[in-house]
Ligand binder design. Structure first.
Ligand code: SAH
Length: 228
């Protein structure tokens, strides 16, 4: 493994330790850390920011959007308790980095992005990087992706004002949804939503986060709903 990725993993571990009281654990699943160790984050950031690719911080990816902080990617992935036979939905493909991490841990990843330019670019990048179990789509993830539902796990990487009802519907009994909920760019809580075997919903606040907003309105571009 590259030295720079090792350094990033060490920084994630350090932040997990700092926040252990909030997140209820002092170490993340080693499978999640291994998955992060396997993905070249530098491939998912703009060329002029490559020197910051393994810093433990978010970075701009164009269109006013960001690639999330590695610690947050690790934590959200850990909270999903993924298994190799799982089918996962991601809302907010962005750079494709989170999808690449998920793809190491599960059977199939469906990821949906609202901004067409980002959706097409990340689909091409993921394909060129050899990730073959990820299906990308441009569209409104507020409505989920009903064709492949229900999902074992759903991850939303943009902040919503409330938990989108369609995502609860598209979650399997026993499934987990991780989503930042709150006001745009401020005072958001990362929430873990569990649907039990009886279909009852249980929610838990994990910690304060800052994400770009989840847009509720459907984009008007011509490729809406196209899969790549
Ligand atoms: N997971 C990404 C983080 C991207 S930032 C990564 O690893 O890089 C959040 C993304 O959510 C942005 O690209 C934004 O365009 C997208 N987004 C916002 N609202 C959305 C919606 N309703 N449906 C799908 N994507 C949405």
């Amino acid at each position: 493994m590259k030295k720079s990725i090792k350094r990033m993993l060490a920084e994630i571990e350090r932040e997990v330790t700092y926040t252990s009281r909030l997140i209820g654990k002092s170490k993340l699943d080693p499978r999640v850390m291994a998955a992060i160790g396997n993905v070249s984050r530098e491939a998912f950031v703009p060329p002029d920011l490559v020197r910051f690719a393994y810093d433990n911080g978010p970075l701009p990816i164009g269109q006013g959007q960001t690639i999330s902080q590695p610690y947050i990617v690790a934590l959200m992935t850990d909270l999903l308790q993924l298994e190799p036979d799982h089918i996962v939905l991601e809302v907010g493909t962005g750079s494709g980095y989170q999808a690449a991490i998920l793809s190491q841990l599960v059977k199939k990843v469906f990821t949906i992005e609202r901004i067409e330019e980002l959706g097409i670019a990340s689909a091409e990048l993921l394909k060129s990087q050899g990730y073959s179990n990820i299906e990308c789509r441009t569209g409104n993830g507020y409505d989920g992706w009903p064709e492949h539902a229900p999902y074992d796990a759903i991850i939303v990487t943009a902040a919503a004002s409330h938990i989108p009802p369609a995502l609860i519907e598209q979650l399997k009994p026993g499934g987990r949804l991780v989503i930042p909920v709150g006001l745009p760019y401020m005072s958001q809580e990362l929430m873990l939503v569990e649907k039990d075997e009886q279909g009852e919903i249980h929610t838990r606040d994990i910690l304060g986060v800052a994400f770009v907003p989840l847009r509720e309105e459907t984009p008007t571009n011509s490729n809406n709903g196209i899969s790549y």
